[in-house]
Write a protein that binds this ligand. Structure first.
Ligand SMILES: Nc1nc2c(ncn2[C@@H]2O[C@H](COP(=O)(O)OP(=O)(O)O)[C@@H](O)[C@H]2O)c(=O)[nH]1
Ligand SMILES: [Mg+2]
Length: 236
């Protein structure tokens, strides 16, 4: 298959072609560069939404609930889940896949995991073209989940249209510290685990930090889906 054939197949929604292309990107194969260029030239990107925040805040659960919400209005959704704690594909990545398992039989949903370690030249070198490709592969929305801790995770957020920072009760101090600078790059703020005590503490810490920037602060309970329609309304 030549490059333009592969690009055409990816655009038409051929999942096997898409999976192959992403694997080639991950392995650093330079042969894919013209294919990516063709895809980028072929169409404007789908809506790209970054979901970031500390480990355990409920990002993957929230992504799963967002998928359901997007699907209920007929949108096709691709997910790129990136986990820096996983050496290859184990650990939390497996958990993320299980969390999004409810959508495996849905042809309108595509979930791809990517381990953060082991990418020559840095994670965003593989993530950026993958996001570009997913955004031209027949989906309406691309959700990118990263753990908001390191510099490379932050860099990935340069490649999305909108950044959602997910926090949970107990993470108020994280807002003050924020060594990575994630608060600056986020457009939308979510306090997840709305069913747990301490939402108001995080809310106040966020309001103090954000001042009157007008950035939306939403409360969700990802496990029940509460607040998720409002979130999707803001980011779509
Ligand atoms: N009580 C409660 N637990 C939640 C909520 N959202 C996620 N969790 C739980 O929090 C844990 C971490 O969730 P996960 O989505 O893996 O977080 P991630 O590391 O940010 O991706 C899991 O046990 C989830 O079931 C929520 O809204 N309420
Ligand atoms: Mg996760």
């Amino acid at each position: 298959m030549n490059g333009s054939d592969l690009a055409g197949r990816v655009r038409s929604g051929d999942r096997r072609a898409l999976a192959r292309l992403v694997s080639q990107i991950e392995s650093g194969d330079p042969a894919v560069d013209p294919v990516i260029a063709t895809l980028i030239d072929s169409a404007p990107p789908a809506r790209r939404i970054g979901i970031t925040g500390p480990p355990g805040a409920g990002k993957s659960t929230l992504v799963d609930a967002m998928i359901s919400e997007f699907r209920s209005s007929g949108n096709k959704v691709a997910v790129l889940a990136i986990d820096p704690t996983s050496p290859i594909t184990g650990g939390a990545l497996l958990g993320d896949r299980i969390r999004m398992q409810g959508h495996v039989d849905d042809s309108g949903v595509y979930v791809r995991s990517m381990a953060a370690r082991g990418h020559l030249g840095g994670l965003s070198l593989a993530a950026a073209p993958t996001i570009a490709v997913l955004a031209r592969a027949g989906f309406d929305v691309v959700l990118v989940e990263t753990v908001g801790v390191g510099q490379s995770e932050l860099e990935i957020m340069d490649h999305v249209d909108s950044v959602v920072l997910v926090l949970a009760p107990g993470w108020g101090d994280q807002i003050q510290a924020d060594k990575a600078g994630i608060v600056e790059i986020a457009d939308v703020f979510v306090i997840n685990k709305g069913d747990r005590p301490g939402v108001d503490v995080v809310q106040r810490a966020l309001q103090e930090r954000l001042g009157d920037t007008g950035a939306p602060i939403l409360v969700t309970t990802a496990t029940t889906g509460e607040g998720v329609p409002a979130l999707v309304e803001v980011v779509r």
